[in-house]
Design a protein around this ligand. Structure first.
Ligand code: ADP
Length: 792
C-alpha cells in the first residue's frame, strides 16, 4: 500500500498505531489514500483528543476511534476498528440507532447525560452508563455522511448514586430504634426490595442460639421457596451461611442451579450471591447473616463489595437498635410489673401494720394525755418519740393504702363544699414554724374564692401537705409561696419554692410512683417516692390534675388545677372541717426534724435517763462521739444511749456537717447512718480514710440496709464496724466500745482497706489526760440531746 498514511495516525497513540497497520482497503472506507479531506480532518481530531471519541463514517457506520474510547469497549477493541458499529455494539444498537439517526437526518447534535447501554465488553451483559453527544459529520461537499460521537462513561456515578440512595432509604426505614426486631427486618428488606438492580434478592438470618432463623426475605416466591427458613448454624453450609455466621464474607456461585431469578435491566439469571456476617460487638460472633443476590449485569468489583458490606453494617445497626428497644421495653414491662408487685406487697403489709400501730398509738396517746398521772419528763420524752414515729409509720401506711386503692380504681372523693382558701391557708400555717426555722420565708396568698368549691378536705390536706413538705425538703434559701386563685376556667393551687429545682429530663417521670431524682440535695433522705404520684392521683380524683415547672438552681412550682366543671357548686351550706388533720401536723413535725442546726447540734449533748451500765462503762466514759443521722429522733435516741454511758455526744444531720465537726474538734469515734442527704455514710468513711489526719478515727456505720453486700461495702471502705437497724441498745454500746478500744477495728477492717492496723487511733482509755476537758452533764441535767430534737 502506498503511504502518506503515517502522518494521519501519527499522534494516535496505541490505537493510532493499530489504525496505521490496518488494511483499510478491506473496509467500506477503502485505502487511506482515497479518503476525502473531511474524513482525514475528522480522524485527526478524534486521534488528538484525550476525551473518548468515536467517528462513524459512511452508510456502513465504519468505526474510527481513539485510545480513550478503546478503553470503554473493553475486549471489543481492536476488532471494532474499521468494523460496522451495528455489529460491534449489536446488543445496544436499539438504544443507539435512534440517536444516531436523529443526528444524521436533522443535522443537529444531540446530548444524553446518562444513557444506559448494554455492553458485552467483559464477558457478560453489562449495565453501563454513558454521557453521550452525537454530532453530524460532513464530507467535503458538506453532506452528512457520518456521526461524531463524544462520550464518557458515567457508570460509576450512576450506580454509585443509586446504591447510596438505597443506603439512605434503609436508614430512614430502619425504625430508628422504635420497632421490634421482626418489624425492623421486614422494613429493611422492604427498602432493599425497592432496589432490585443492585440487590436482586436478600434475606436476613439472625442467630438464635444454635440456629439461624430467616427473619425476613425479599425477591419474590422463588426466593422464599429456595432459601432455608431455619437451620442449625453448624450445618448451614448451603448458601455460605455457616461461614458467614462465623464471621467470613462468602461468595456463593451457581445460584442459577438452585433458584431461577431473572434480574438486572435485561432479565438475565442471577448467578451469584454473597453471604455477609451482620457484625456485632464480637467479630467472631455476628448477629446473623445478610444473604444478597449479585446483579447479573454488574461485576462483583470492590465498589460493589463495599456497598454490600455497608448494607450489612446498616442492617446490623438497625437490628441492634431494635434489640435494645425490645430489651428496654421488656425492662419497662418488668419494672411496671415490679411496681405492681411492690404496691400489692405494701398493701398487704400495710393492712397488717395498721392494727398493731393503732393499738400502739392509743395507749401511747393515753399515756401522754393522762393529766392525772403525768409522766416524768424523761419518760414523756421517750413515749413522745415512740408516739411520733408510730404516727409517722401510720401516715406512710395510709399513703400506701390510699395509693393502691386509687390505683385499683377504688379511689374515693367525699367532696363537700369547703372554704378552700381558709383550709389551704391553715394547712400552710402548720408548716410555718418549720419553714421559718429553716431560715426560709413562707408566703401565703389565699384570698377567699368568689364561687363555692367542693372538694374532699382529706384529699386536699394530703395534696397540700405533700407539696409543702417537698418544698421544704428541697429548698435551702429563699421562700416558699402557697397561692390559691381562680379564673374563669379553674381553681389553682400553686406551691412555689426557690429550691434546688428539677432537671428537665426528670420532669416527665416525676409523678411516677417510686420515682426519685437520684443524687438530689435534700434536707432528708427519707422518702418513698410516692408523694407526688399520690398528689397526682388525688388531684385527678378531685377532677383536676397537677403540673410542674422547674429550673435547676432557681426553683420549682407545682400547680394543682381543678376545673370549675369538676369542683363548682351551687351555693349551699359550707361544710365545717374540724381543723386540719393529724397528717399535716406529723408531716410538719417530721420536717422540723430535718433541720439540724449545726451550732446547737455541736454542743455537748445532755444525758437522758440512765441507761443500764453495760459492763466496763469506763471504756466509754468521756469518749467524744459524733453521731451523724438525718433522722432527728434517731439522733436523739443514739445521743441518749451514749450519754447514759458517760460519753460526750455531738450530733449532726448529714455527712458534710460531720466532716466540718470533725475538723473543728476531732471526736474519738464517729457513729454514722448510711442513708443521708448530700454526703452519705459510705462517702463519709471514704473521705475520712482518705485523709492522713482522720485515717485512724474509729467509725461505726449504722444502716437499715441488711445483707452481706452492704456490710462488706462499709467494711471495705474502712469502717470499723457495721450495725444493722433495728439493733438492741446493748449490742450498739458493745460495738461502740469495741471500736473505741481498737479490737473490732483490727478484726473488722478487711485486708487491703485503707488502714489495716488502726494503731494510730488513740482510744479514750489511752487519752485519759483529755478526759476532764468537758465533763459530761449528769443524767439529770435535763433537756434534749440535740437542738433539732428539742423542738419536735
Ligand atoms: P419523695 O419525696 O418521697 O422522694 P416524691 O414523689 O414526693 O417522693 O418526690 C419525687 C422526687 O421529686 C423527689 O425524690 C425529688 O427528687 C423531686 N422533688 C419533689 N418535689 C421537689 C421540689 N419541690 N424541688 C425539687 N425536687 C423535688
Amino acid at each position: 500500500m502506498t503511504r502518506p498514511t503515517g502522518d494521519l495516525f501519527a499522534d494516535g497513540g496505541e490505537t493510532g498505531r493499530l489504525m496505521a497497520r490496518l488494511d483499510w482497503s478491506g473496509t467500506p472506507l477503502g485505502p487511506v489514500d482515497g479518503w476525502p479531506q473531511s474524513l482525514r480532518a475528522a480522524v485527526r481530531m478524534v486521534l488528538s483528543s484525550r476525551y473518548p471519541m468515536l467517528l462513524l463514517w459512511g452508510d456502513r457506520f465504519t468505526q474510527l476511534y481513539n485510545d480513550a474510547y478503546s478503553a470503554l469497549i473493553g475486549d471489543k477493541h481492536p476488532d471494532a476498528l474499521g468494523d460496522d458499529v451495528r455489529v460491534t455494539l449489536a446488543e445496544g444498537w436499539d438504544v443507539l440507532a435512534p440517536l444516531i439517526g436523529e443526528a444524521t437526518t436533522t443535522g443537529v447534535a444531540s446530548w444524553v447525560p446518562a444513557l444506559r447501554l448494554l455492553l458485552a465488553r467483559a464477558g457478560y451483559r453489562e449495565e453501563a452508563y454513558f454521557s453521550v453527544s452525537h454530532a453530524p459529520a460532513r464530507d467535503d461537499e458538506g453532506r452528512t455522511v457520518g456521526v461524531l460521537t463524544v462520550c464518557s462513561e458515567v457508570t460509576d456515578q450512576v450506580v454509585g448514586e443509586r446504591r447510596l440512595r438505597l443506603l439512605r432509604d434503609l436508614a430512614v426505614r430502619d425504625g430508628g430504634g422504635t420497632l421490634d426486631v421482626e418489624s425492623t427486618c421486614a422494613r429493611l428488606v422492604d427498602a432493599i426490595g425497592a432496589h432490585p438492580l443492585d440487590v436482586p434478592f436478600a434475606a436476613i438470618y439472625l442467630a438464635d442460639g444454635p440456629l439461624l432463623r430467616r427473619t425476613a426475605c425479599v425477591g419474590g416466591e422463588p426466593v422464599a421457596g429456595a432459601l432455608p427458613v431455619r437451620l442449625p448454624v453448624s450445618g448451614a453450609h448451603e448458601w455460605g451461611l455457616a461461614a458467614a455466621a462465623a464471621g467470613r464474607t462468602t461468595e456463593v456461585p451457581g445460584v442459577e442451579r438452585r433458584l431461577v431469578l431473572p434480574a438486572g435491566p435485561w432479565g438475565d439469571p442471577v448467578g451469584r450471591a454473597l453471604a455477609l456476617p451482620l457484625p456485632s460487638a464480637e467479630a467472631d460472633q455476628p448477629l446473623g447473616v445478610l444473604l444478597v443476590g449479585v446483579s447479573p449485569s454488574r461485576g462483583l468489583d470492590d465498589a460493589y463489595r463495599s456497598f454490600f458490606a455497608l448494607l450489612a453494617q446498616q442492617v446490623a445497626v438497625a437490628v441492634r437498635n431494635a434489640r435494645t428497644y425490645e430489651e428496654e421495653r421488656r425492662r419497662a414491662e418488668a419494672l411496671a410489673e415490679l411496681d405492681r408487685v411492690k404496691t400489692s406487697f405494701f398493701t398487704n403489709v400495710s393492712h397488717e401494720f395498721r392494727t398493731p400501730l393503732t393499738l400502739m398509738l392509743g395507749p401511747l396517746a393515753d399515756a401522754l394525755n393522762d393529766h392525772e398521772h403525768p409522766l416524768p419528763a424523761a419518760q414523756r420524752e421517750r413515749v413522745d418519740t415512740a408516739w411520733r414515729n408510730a404516727t409517722r409509720l401510720l401516715t406512710l401506711v395510709n399513703s400506701l393504702l390510699t395509693f393502691s386503692s386509687l390505683e385499683a380504681g377504688r379511689g374515693h372523693s367525699d367532696a363537700r363544699e369547703v372554704d378552700l382558701a381558709g383550709l389551704t391557708a391553715e394547712l400552710a400555717s402548720v408548716f410555718r414554724a418549720a419553714v421559718e426555722r429553716a431560715g426560709l420565708r413562707l408566703e401565703v396568698d389565699c384570698p377567699p374564692l368568689a364561687r363555692p368549691v367542693a372538694v374532699d378536705p382529706v384529699n386536699w390536706e394530703r395534696i397540700v401537705t405533700n407539696l409543702l413538705s417537698n418544698a421544704l425538703k428541697y429548698t435551702f434559701v429563699g421562700r416558699i409561696r402557697v397561692g390559691l386563685g381562680a379564673d374563669e376556667e379553674e381553681v389553682r393551687l400553686t406551691v412555689a419554692d426557690t429550691g434546688i429545682g428539677i432537671a428537665e429530663e426528670e420532669l416527665p417521670r416525676l409523678f411516677e410512683r417510686f420515682h426519685r431524682v437520684q443524687g438530689a440535695r435534700s434536707r432528708s433522705h427519707e422518702g418513698t417516692g410516692i408523694g407526688l404520684a399520690l398528689v397526682r392521683e388525688l388531684a385527678r380524683l378531685e377532677g383536676g390534675d397537677v403540673r410542674v415547672t422547674s429550673r435547676v438552681g432557681t426553683g420549682t412550682t407545682f400547680t394543682v388545677a381543678l376545673p370549675w366543671a369538676a369542683v363548682g357548686r351551687a351555693p349551699g351550706p359550707v361544710a365545717e372541717v374540724d381543723g386540719v388533720g393529724c397528717a399535716v401536723r406529723v408531716a410538719a413535725q417530721e420536717a422540723i426534724g430535718w433541720l439540724a442546726d449545726p451550732a446547737q447540734a455541736a454542743a455537748s449533748a445532755p444525758a437522758g435517763p440512765p441507761v443500764p451500765a453495760y459492763g466496763a462503762a469506763n471504756a466509754l466514759r468521756d469518749a467524744r462521739i459524733l453521731v451523724a443521722d438525718d433522722n432527728a429522733d434517731m439522733r436523739a435516741y443514739l445521743a441518749r444511749l451514749l450519754v447514759g454511758q458517760g460519753c460526750r455526744v455531738r450530733t449532726v444531720g448529714d455527712g458534710r456537717q460531720a466532716l466540718e465537726e470533725i475538723h473543728r474538734e476531732r471526736p474519738d469515734l464517729v457513729l454514722t447512718d448510711v442513708m443521708m442527704p448530700d454526703i452519705d455514710g459510705f462517702e463519709l468513711v471514704r473521705r475520712l480514710r482518705g485523709h492522713a489526719d482522720t485515717r485512724g478515727l474509729p467509725v461505726v456505720v449504722l444502716s437499715a440496709r441488711a445483707g452481706g453486700d452492704a456490710s462488706v461495702e462499709g467494711l471495705d471502705l474502712g469502717a470499723d464496724d457495721y450495725v444493722v437497724k433495728p439493733f438492741a441498745a446493748t449490742e450498739l454500746i458493745a460495738r461502740v466500745r469495741a471500736a473505741l478500744s481498737g479490737g473490732s477495728r483490727a478484726r473488722g477492717r478487711r485486708p487491703g482497706g485503707p488502714d489495716a492496723n488502726g494503731s494510730d487511733s488513740p482510744g479514750p482509755a489511752a487519752r485519759d489526760s483529755d478526759a476532764g476537758d468537758t465533763d459530761p452533764r449528769g443524767p439529770d441535767a435535763g433537756g434534749r440531746c440535740d437542738a433539732t430534737a428539742g423542738a419536735v
